[in-house]
Design a protein around this ligand. Structure first.
Ligand code: HEM
Length: 325
């Protein structure tokens, strides 16, 4: 009888342990605690130093981490350079405006001095995204589980198939997130990343100048906002000018994205699409509450950061983040 109870207890613990783990899989809190106790501190210090003199960086790392996770999982594949045989993810159109790779390389260099061969580039990127956004608050905004290992493959062609397009409608966005095990709720919450950073004109100028392919403006775009955008993006083909994505507070990580969105001032069709579905627009309204948004964003980032991660003895720990060992 005693044995039966023990088996029951163990079964319950294993079951709930498994369920409880479902957001992070094999990732752990403070994975480097014994092998490289200063790892997370080193990442934070270098990131904060760079963000202090370059306020555009949080948007760069947040987007870079998203693009890493959506192609082959969060395995640092977005950081790899092309080789003689293969063009890497970096070369794909959505990734051509990524930057900040040099800062990741600096962090890696310091970590290799401190504890060689221990900390993965995929983890550095996940921490960099969190720490750069957190700089504004001088405290950590969400928990990052660690223990990711680095992948050895990076293909331009896979980027096109996995990174959602700014022209996507709601159904396509939902499908793209579902392919990564992320929900409609995650889609709306993570789109809140567009509260910081910039977008190039060519990703939305069709909404201003040629929405129906016979000219004309996107009727779902606020006309006053459209005029302001036209003053910045003068032609349909302008692919060099950038505009801020959340004009009210472009550098501040806050819930203002959802305020703009509700006023039909979402920049991309993919932003505006979040209002075209009943369930999704309900979530948009809920996320107007800033504290609520911060909590939800942290949870969705945790789920995104666990997408198809490589752990254990698979993959490798790169010596340099831009080349495989
Ligand atoms: C839902 C689907 C999404 C689409 C279609 C999308 C699309 C885009 C596009 C087209 C840009 C402009 C890039 C440029 O012109 O250089 C952009 C910027 C950005 N995106 Fe997204 N995005 C999506 C989701 C996300 C998510 C999930 C995050 C992070 C959690 C994110 C974070 C950012 C950030 C921070 C920027 C600004 C980058 C900068 O300032 O350089 N996006 N996004």
């Amino acid at each position: 009888m005693e044995n039966m109870s023990l088996v029951l207890v163990i079964t319950i613990v294993l079951f709930f342990g498994y369920i409880g783990d479902s957001e992070g899989g094999d990732l752990r809190k403070n994975f480097y605690k014994s092998a490289c106790p200063l790892a997370e501190e080193i990442v934070k210090n270098i990131i904060w130093k760079h963000v202090a003199s370059n306020s555009a960086l949080p948007a760069k790392f947040l987007r870079m981490h998203f693009h890493d996770c959506f192609v082959r999982g969060c395995d640092g594949s977005v950081l790899l350079d092309s080789t003689a045989k293969h063009r890497a993810e970096k070369e794909a159109v959505p990734n051509q405006s990524l930057s900040g790779f040099d800062v990741i390389d600096k962090i890696k260099e310091k970590l290799e001095e401190t504890c060689p061969g221990i900390v993965s580039c995929a983890d550095i990127l996940a921490l960099a995204a969190r720490d750069s956004v957190s700089f504004q608050f001088k405290k950590s905004m969400w928990e990052v589980l660690t223990g990711r290992r680095d992948g050895r493959i990076s293909r331009e062609s896979e980027t096109r198939k996995n990174i959602p397009s700014p022209l996507f409608n709601f159904k396509s966005l939902e499908k793209s997130f579902a392919k990564k095990g992320l929900t409609l709720h995650d889609l709306v919450v993570l789109s809140g990343g567009h509260t910081i950073g910039v977008g190039h004109c060519n990703f939305f100028s069709k909404r201003l100048y040629n929405f129906t392919d016979k000219g004309g403006q996107d009727p779902s775009l606020d006309p006053t906002y459209a005029s302001q955008l036209k003053a910045q993006c003068k032609t349909l083909s302008d692919d060099t000018t950038t505009v801020v994505m959340d004009p009210g507070s472009p550098l501040s990580f806050d819930s203002h994205y959802y305020t703009s969105l509700n006023q039909n001032q979402g920049l991309f069709q993919s932003d505006a699409a979040l209002l075209t579905n009943k369930e999704s627009s309900k979530i948009v309204s809920k996320l107007l509450d800033q504290d609520g948004f911060f909590t939800e964003f942290g949870q969705s980032m945790k789920r995104m950061g666990a997408v198809q991660v490589i752990t254990g003895s698979n993959g490798e720990i790169r010596k340099k983040c831009n080349v495989i060992n």
